[in-house]
Design a protein around this ligand. Structure first.
Ligand code: ADP
Ligand code: MG
Length: 588
């Protein structure tokens, strides 16, 4: 592994636990209401197929022993049982396959819906690669156990017990020979199988790590290049590829060992039984048909042994997956349904004694009191890291205050339907986030109603964005690339403003919306923002003096507290820290 990687490393895959609990497993499976009748039908058909499998050697024995005067019935019966058994077995496989796919699809839908409704704090503390591995790998693992391993084990047990029983009744001495041989074979293969399991798992883990590391490096390729990180990343990658190579060659060696050892041991056993059987046939105490039939059972009894020995391995793998999926499904969602819808227009927004910390014992905001009247511009100023953006996050309800409350009119915002609340808020941030896709898709993203092209052009015009969109080759259908890389910062920002116009929010929050722009695009964006701020309640985290001076009220936020509020003139007089801040920030 690329040990000691700085910064861009992806999640490490942790080992699953070994204890498997059927109770937990079926608790998880029951959540998605699987079509159990398919499972039962599939297993039943599998068992019927197995029984047919067990009958075939018996029929073969009769065919061989009566080779000289065969009755047509026995030929027909043999063919019907043989082909019928195959058909039934494959039908069972098909039904179980459909059953498994249904379970995995439902499980994934559940997880996906859960993940999208997880609060922001969950994503602060979880790596994206880990989450997608739950969604893809762990669900597959659960399906594998449910739809393949469990049914296969059931049919295997029947096959094993059935074959054993028949063999004993046919010839207990030969069965005994075989039963001395089987444990020897299993014992000889056990260490090899164990090694191969270990290596298989190691390869999986390393592959997952390699792919997640590569993904994070490639998605931050600009950072890699601008910091000349190519050499370091090349070495990291080479190390991982080399260690994958080592694991792969070990695996190849083990595979190469397994098959000759198995073949040799099987051949020895086969020859032993054949030799002993041949003597018995010559002495007349065993028919030729019985010998061949017996040998067919020998083959039939081998694969159940293998499958059952893999069963416990699968169980332990799945127990980790079950636990990880369950953990996500048990988490609390940010949505609590059935809350009231409230029109927030013309109502004052107040933070009352709000305190907040992202992590326990690391308070960020203390006793913050803020009031924002309708149709007023409220500005937040203060040193970086003071907690201004955190206040916005609380208003967006990305997080919940640890104490105190946020109210609109007389209503605690926690009691308002979350979708309804967020619909009425527009947030334009410093680095406007965009989705990969076209300009049109970005504008209407999340909107429920249809929007005409005229409407789109109107908001683009209001955001001073119509010109560059018109000049792009495909107009509204121009692809903007992943994270909007095909747009300049100013263009991205104006698309975000056009989005806000389209939504016509009652409360507008601007978080240093022009801070990262050059002065030319800043002028454009500022014009657009000024018209967007008209006639709505606006909270703005200001980084330009003019915005601050023009605001109806300013809150100076320092170290998580409001250390002063009022108009610019009032604050300059009342709060020396503010005067100093303005002086330092905006001196030319
Ligand atoms: N998601 C987060 N998890 C933990 N701490 C955070 C998180 N976001 C911000 N912080 C911390 O909260 C403090 C206030 O940050 P922020 O509200 O972004 O300040 P401002 O916007 O005033 O510059 C900072 O010390 C920052 O490190
Ligand atoms: Mg900030």
């Amino acid at each position: 592994m690329g040990g000691g990687r700085p910064g861009l490393g992806g999640p490490r895959i942790e080992k699953g636990q070994n204890k498997f609990s059927f109770k937990d497993f079926f608790k998880l499976i029951n959540r998605v209401h699987p079509r159990y009748w398919q499972l039962i039908l599939g297993v039943l058909l599998g068992l019927i197929g197995t029984i047919a499998n067990l009958i075939v050697p018996q029929l073969a024995q009769r065919l061989i022993n009566n080779f000289k005067n065969l009755s047509p019935t026995i030929i027909v019966v043999t063919i019907v049982v043989f082909i019928g058994g195959l058909l039934i077995s494959s039908l069972s496989g098909l039904i179980l396959g459909i059953f498994g796919e249904d379970v995995v699809a439902k499980l994934r839908k559940n997880l996906w819906q859960k993940l999208l409704h997880m609060p922001v704090s969950y994503f602060d503390n979880t790596k994206t690669g880990e989450v997608s591995s739950r969604l893809v790998n762990d669900t597959s693992q659960v399906k594998e156990l449910l739809a393949t391993t469990l049914p296969n084990s059931m049919t295997s047990i029947l096959q094993f017990v059935g074959a054993l029983f028949i063999m004993l009744s046919m010839d207990w001495q030969m069965t005994l020979i075989m039963f001395i041989a089987i444990p020897v074979i299993v014992l000889a293969l056990l260490p090899i199988m164990q090694q191969s399991r270990k290596i298989g798992r190691k390869r999986q883990d390393e592959l997952a790590n390699f792919s997640s590391d590569a993904t994070s490096v490639l998605s931050e390729i600009r950072l890699v290049k601008s910091s000349n990180g190519e050499v370091a990343e090349l070495n990291n990658g080479k190390k991982q590829i080399d260690s994958l190579y080592n694991v792969g060659t070990k695996e190849a060696l083990i595979n190469a060992l397994t098959s000759p050892v198995t073949n040799m041991l099987m051949t020895l056993m086969f020859l032993g039984i054949l030799g002993y059987g041949a003597i018995r046939v010559m002495s007349g105490s065993l028919t030729m048909g019985a010998l061949i039939s017996f040998l067919m059972y020998v083959f039939q009894i081998m694969s159940p042994v293998m499958i059952i020995s893999q069963f416990f391995n699968q169980l332990s793998k799945t127990s980790g997956s079950t636990e990880r999926i369950q953990e996500i499904l048990d988490k609390k969602e940010e949505f609590v349904a059935d809350k009231r819808e409230v029109d927030v227009a013309n109502k004052p927004l107040r933070l009352e004694h709000v305190s907040f910390s992202y992590e326990k014992d690391k308070p960020i905001l203390h006793d913050v009191n803020i009031e924002a009247q309708p149709n007023k511009v409220i500005a937040f100023a203060g040193p970086s890291g003071g907690g201004k953006s955190t206040i916005f996050s609380l208003i967006e309800r990305f997080y919940q205050p640890t104490s105190g409350k946020i109210v609109i009119g007389d209503e605690n915002i926690d009691d308002i339907d979350l979708t309804n609340w967020r619909k009425q808020i527009g947030l334009v941030g410093q680095n406007s986030a965009v989705m990969p896709g076209t300009i049109r898709e970005n504008l209407v993203y999340g909107l429920e109603h249809e929007v005409t092209d005229d409407e789109l052009w109107r908001v683009l015009k209001m955001a001073y964005a119509d010109k560059f969109v018109k000049e792009s080759e495909d107009g509204l259908d121009t692809q903007i690339g992943e994270r909007g890389v095909k747009l300049s910062g100013g263009q991205r920002q104006r698309i975000a403003i056009a989005r806000a116009f389209l939504r016509d929010p009652k409360i507008l929050m601007l978080d240093e919306a022009t801070a990262s722009l050059d002065s030319e695009s800043e002028a454009m964006v500022q014009k657009a923002l000024t018209s967007l701020m008209k006639n709505r309640k606006t909270l703005v985290i200001a980084h330009r003096l003019s915005t601050i001076v023009d605001a109806d009220r300013i809150y100076f936020i320092d170290h998580g507290t409001v250390s002063g509020s009022g108009t610019h003139e009032e604050l300059v007089k009342s709060t020396p820290l503010y005067a100093e801040y303005v002086h330092n920030q905006f001196k030319k």
